[in-house]
Design a binder for this molecule. Sequence first.
Ligand code: NAD
Length: 293
Amino acid sequence: MARIAFIGLGNMGGPMAANLVKAGHEVMGFDLAAPVLQAAEETGVKPASHISQAVMEAETVVTMLPQGKHVLTAWPDILKSVPAGTLVIDCSTIDVESARKAHEMAKAAGCLSLDAPVSGGTGGATAGTLTFMAGGSDESFAKAKPILEKMGKKIVHCGEAGAGQAAKICNNMILGISMIGVCEAFVLGEKLGLSHQALFDVASTSSGQCWSINTYCPVPGPVPTSPANNEYKPGFAAALMLKDLRLSQEAALSSGASTPLGAEAAQLYALFEKQGNAGKDFSAIIEMFREQR
Ligand code: NAD
């Protein structure tokens, strides 16, 4: 049993911390939002009244916060309250530059650090089946792995500081682009009089196959578990897809990579969000293509 501090107990952090409690760890948590902290308490997390109190006794600290600016605000408070050698893991999805800054802060404080963003959404967080993409030293990864295994089913060490965030935004850029491609094909099929099932039967077993069609088909019917069958309730909200596509574009700009389709996907999701669809599943973007001519 380890003493773990968990900072940020929202939609993802709440169930992740609950899984650490279920695994027998002693978890002390903190969140700026009182109702969120209260909900975590009901799952066995001990509530702290501020970050320093939560982390003071911890051997490992996990953060699960909205954006890079939140991580860069919380980490100095954490690092000044823990002894050297403590492991700090950030599971938020943030920009690579902020992730590297956080690693530098930890190094200066003599602490171990890991960026370990996740995929799998709130369903995966609750079921303990997340995929973790980790960046940091071998020593940090080895120490973090048994803890991450209580919250996920696949843990990949992607490389040094920031490599986890890099893998996450590259993966989600592929996902955003491929979903748009699949949506366009279904709308074209509709115009050509092709049934959804016929296109699915062909494309899901041919060279067009990909996760966006085989597992998450954006029209109701062919894949019963996809959000299309549930009025496009997320799932993975369009706002989060837009966030990740924007992170990919920031990274492309700063690294000099050419990502024209990633840029187009970011613009299309920005338009979709502007039309009031931020809270819908990201596959609902098919509705925008039906309306556009
Ligand atoms: P959320 O908004 O539900 O939770 C974030 C929590 O952090 C909030 O409760 C907020 O009060 C708290 N917080 C903010 N600043 C804080 C601080 N300084 N100290 C303590 N608490 C603070 O967000 P979420 O959906 O849980 O997402 C968290 C991260 O996980 C994001 O980076 C998101 O992109 C990523 N992510 C989310 C999903 C998803 O499906 N929701 C999937 C994969 C990755």
